[in-house]
Structure formats: C-alpha cells, structure tokens
Design a protein around this ligand. Structure first.
Ligand code: UD1
Ligand code: MG
Length: 485
C-alpha cells in the first residue's frame, strides 16, 4: 500500500454521555494528553495522504487540538452514529483507496499495531479488517462473530447480543482498515436498526459479509492497546497503563524510580542516567532532567529544565524554571515561572521565587520571597528576606550584586540595587540603592532602659498581695493600669 492511497479517519464527534461531563469525551486527558491527541500522534508515522477527524461536540476545541498536528476536521451534526460519522468523512478522504478508521476514544493503540492491521488487510485482500482483542471481561464492547477461523461474519453490539454471543470474548476495538470502494455501498445499505436509531459502522461488517466480501480480524498482541474510554473508570485504567509504559521506558534508560506506581510522568519528560525519582513525584509537561539528579518525595516539576547532579528535596513545586548543575532546592521550595538558578546555588525551605536569577553559589536558605530579582554569584540572602516587587499597580526589579550579604528579615523595596559586596543590616527596610561594599541599615535604633523589667515585676507582685481585692473584678480598672495611661 502506498501511503498516498491511505486516509486516516478518526471518529471524535460524540459527547461521551457515560462520562457525565461537560467536556467532550475525546478532550478528556489520560497519560498526559487528550485522548484524541494520542490517536492522531499514533497515526502520524503512517504518513497518510489525509488525516480526517470527524468532530461534533465541542468541534472548535477538538479542532484546536488536532489542527496543529496536521489533521483536517469535518463536522458531523447531528451525531447519528459511527457509520454516519464515516459517511460525513467521505468527501474529505478524497482519492484514498483505503482508510484506517479509529475511534477517538481508543488512545493506547501503537503505530506498529496499526501497521500490522494494514498488512493483514492487504495480504488477505480484504474489504474490511477489524482490529480485535481477546479480553477476560469483554462487557461493554461489540463482539466479533466469526464464521470460520479466519473470516468474520458480523460485529454485534453489546445491547444486541444473544446469550450465546455474550460468551464471545473477542471484541471489536473500533479500529478498522477498509477498502473504501467496498465500504461506501455497504454503509449505504446498512440500516439504523437499534434503539438509538443510529447508523453503526459495525453494521457495515455484516453487510459486507452478506455480499460475499472478505472480512478479517487482526488480533492485537497486547489487548490493553485497544481499551476504549467510555467511563471515568476506563479513563483511570488507560491513564494507569500510559504512566506504566512511560515509567518503564525511563527505567529502561537508566533512571531509578522508587515505588513506581506512585510516580506520574508525562510523555515528553526526559531524565538522564542514574537519576533517582522518589515515591509520589510528578514530572509534567516538557520537564528535562539531567544525570545523577535526585527528585525527592512529593515534588511536582512542570516544564522544568535540570542540569546534572541537581537535588530537589521533598515537597518542592517547580514550574517553567531552569536549575543548573549541582543546584539544591527545598524541602518545601516553590519556584513559580521563569527562574534561572545557576550552578551550585541553593534555595532552602519555604522560599518562593518568581522570574528571578540566582547567581552561581548563591544561597537563600529560609523563608523568603524573591520576585523579579537578579542576584549575582556567592551572595547570601538571609532568612525572611522579601523583595517588595509590586506597588499595587506595577512590578519593579531588584538587583543584588556578587557576594552581597542580606541580613535576615530585610525588605527590599523595588526598584532597588544593592552593589557588589554590600551588607544589609538585619531587619532593614531598604528603599534606596546601596553602593558596592557599603552597609545599608534602615531600622529603628535600639534603646535599653536599665532596670525597667525588674521594676515592672515588683509593681505586679505588689498588686497580687493577699488581702487586697481580687484583680479579676472587671468593673473597676486597676490603679496601676490607670497610672500607666
Ligand atoms: C464502539 C463500537 C464497539 C466497540 C467499541 C470499542 C460502534 C457502533 N460500536 O462502541 O463495537 O467495541 O467502540 O471501544 O461503533 N462517534 C462519532 N459520531 C457518532 C458517534 C460516535 O464521531 O455519531 C465517535 C465517538 O466520539 C467515539 C467513537 O466514535 O470517539 C466511538 O463511539 P462510542 O460511543 O465510544 O462507541 P462505543 O459504544 O464505545
Ligand atoms: Mg467508546
């Protein structure tokens, strides 16, 4: 089969009533992507002349997912069944001779399996070839009725099964290869004889058989590949399988994953050899992790780029940020988007960063907020340092030079610059630039009042003497209290 003869048709117009959702079924996510995106991606390597997605419910949103992947959409309105959906796609498949038709809710199917399906179809010179699977629990699926070891006579939907057919555990995956010049007349002859009065694509199989055409079934080697997503439980199961596959691929590539079933990893994530991922970690989006990193328990990394030998201590959240070699963050660090932590820098517990650059070897170890801030190399940011980057209307930057020491509990009111090698005294509220190598100090001067505390204690003790009226009477304020005013 030359690829120029092949069209892919993805049926994705249905609502997915059984999911009980306001979101169209194929837009639900499993394994880090929408269902329909998985399907389009599995089909793409077949290089068909056209990939047609039949859309209906939330057509625009589905189009927005599949359009950038190179598929065209056709609108099925109303949705009168999978057979009707195929008829709606007829014009868009153009001059293709063959079509692989695939339900948009069958996201686990692999390219190799689709190739094998097409090979069976062509070798057997069939009018239709069904991708089937043998399931321990076939309930909910249409069953493949065979008339001989190789030939199929019909697909019978669950609602129309006889007691005898209910025993069949070979199911229809809703993935097929059709010879189109045979399919179109068969579909035209099929009747919507079911309680929903829909035209089922599966009924075309019976029609083809009755016309003496060859209908084959190609049994999927791994039955998990054909699972459809009709319910939330199906979605959870499919998600579980995707995650398992991804973890296995990373382990294969030399990554240690502890208690792997607790770890969630999106499809585009990469990690280098000897990286260790502890239980309960989530690696999302396009996160890339270098070699020998440790991602400790409970951390969530989304679109994070990590160099080598990076340690993410427990319970950190990192979003769209870059961590260079040997950086250590956490526990309990929060990196909001657009940070760059240069090599050997350290971010400690309860430190929040946003749009900030942390220079090489710089440390901010405790209880800080650093936003819109550029910090040079080998600076020390004391506990509780806050960059006040927002005046209620605008955001302003803070610049902190190399080897700066910011004393604990300082507030830096942006825009402000602290020169190289400067010191900021603890507890300062810095509103003006501090030159290099200077001390910036901005706080009330301390006064010690000699003997004050001892005197106060004597006064209180005198009030407590026995025989005196109880202090707990609330109506009259105490003398000493009045005096103090
Ligand atoms: C379908 C098959 C069933 C098979 C099962 C495998 C039919 C009649 N039945 O049942 O034999 O075992 O898949 O998962 O095909 N769609 C449209 N337009 C419509 C109706 C549906 O585009 O008018 C799309 C849906 O969005 C979905 C796909 O077709 O992506 C399959 O429809 P669904 O309702 O899930 O069919 P099943 O009941 O699962
Ligand atoms: Mg389905």
């Amino acid at each position: 089969m030359s690829n120029n003869d092949l069209a892919i048709v993805i049926l994705a117009a249905g609502k997915g009533t059984r999911l009980k959702s306001s979101l169209a079924k194929v837009l639900h996510r499993a394994g880090g992507r929408t269902l329909v995106e998985h399907v389009v991606r599995s089909c793409a390597p077949l290089k068909p002349r056209e990939t047609v997605v039949v859309v209906g419910h939330q057509a625009e949103q589905v189009g927005a997912v599949v359009g950038p992947l190179g598929a065209v959409t056709v609108l099925q309105q109303p949705q009168n069944g999978t057979g009707h959906a195929m008829q709606v796609a007829k014009r868009a498949v153009g001059r293709a001779k063959f079509a692989i038709v695939i339900a948009g809710d069958a996201p686990l199917v692999r390219t190799e399996t689709l190739k094998a399906l097409a090979a069976t179809h062509h070798k057997g010179n069939a009018a239709a070839t069904i991708l089937s699977a043998v399931l321990a629990d076939p309930s909910g699926y249409g069953r493949v009725v065979r008339k001989s070891e190789t030939l199929v006579s019909a697909i019978v939907e669950e609602s129309q099964l006889t007691d005898e057919q209910r025993e069949i555990n070979e199911i229809n995956s809703a993935i097929y290869c059709f010879t189109l010049e045979k399919l179109w007349p068969a579909l035209a002859q099929a009747k919507p004889n079911n309680k929903h009065r829909e035209l089922y694509l599966t009924d075309a199989i019976g029609v083809l058989n009755a016309k003496g055409e060859t209908v084959l079934a190609h049994v999927a080697a791994d039955p998990r590949e054909v699972l459809g997503c009709n319910t939330r439980a199906d979605l959870a199961e499919v998600d579980r399988i995707f995650r398992e596959w991804k973890r296995s691929a990373l382990m294969e590539a030399g990554v240690t994953i502890q208690l792997p079933e607790t770890v969630v990893i999106d499809p585009d994530v990469a990690a280098g050899e000897d990286t260790i991922i502890e239980p309960g970690v989530q690696l999302l989006g396009k996160t890339k992790i270098g070699m020998r990193c440790t991602i400790r328990t409970g951390s969530v990394l989304a679109d994070a780029i990590l160099g080598d030998d990076v340690t993410v201590e427990p319970h950190c959240v990192v979003t769209q940020s870059r961590l260079d070699d040997r950086v250590i963050i956490g526990p309990f660090a929060r990196l909001r988007p657009n940070n760059h932590l240069k090599a050997d820098s350290r971010i400690g517990n309860f430190v929040e960063l946003k749009k900030s650059t942390i220079g090489e070897g710089t440390k901010a170890m405790h209880l800080s907020y650093l936003g819109d801030t550029k910090i040079g190399a080998k600076a020390n940011i004391g506990a509780g340092t806050i960059t006040c980057n927002y005046d209620g209307f605008h955001k302003f930057p803070t610049h902190i030079g190399n080897k700066v020491f910011i004393g604990s509990d300082s507030a830096l009111i942006a825009p402000v610059r602290i020169g190289n090698g400067a010191y900021i005294a603890a507890g300062s509220t810095i509103t003006e630039n501090v030159p290099a190598d200077a001390l910036g100090i901005a706080r009330g001067r301390q006064a010690n009042k000699a003997g004050w505390a001892a005197k106060r204690r004597r006064e209180l003790a005198a009030e407590e003497k026995p025989g005196k009226k109880s202090r707990t009477k609330k109506s009259k304020p105490r003398k000493s209290a009045r005096k103090r005013k």
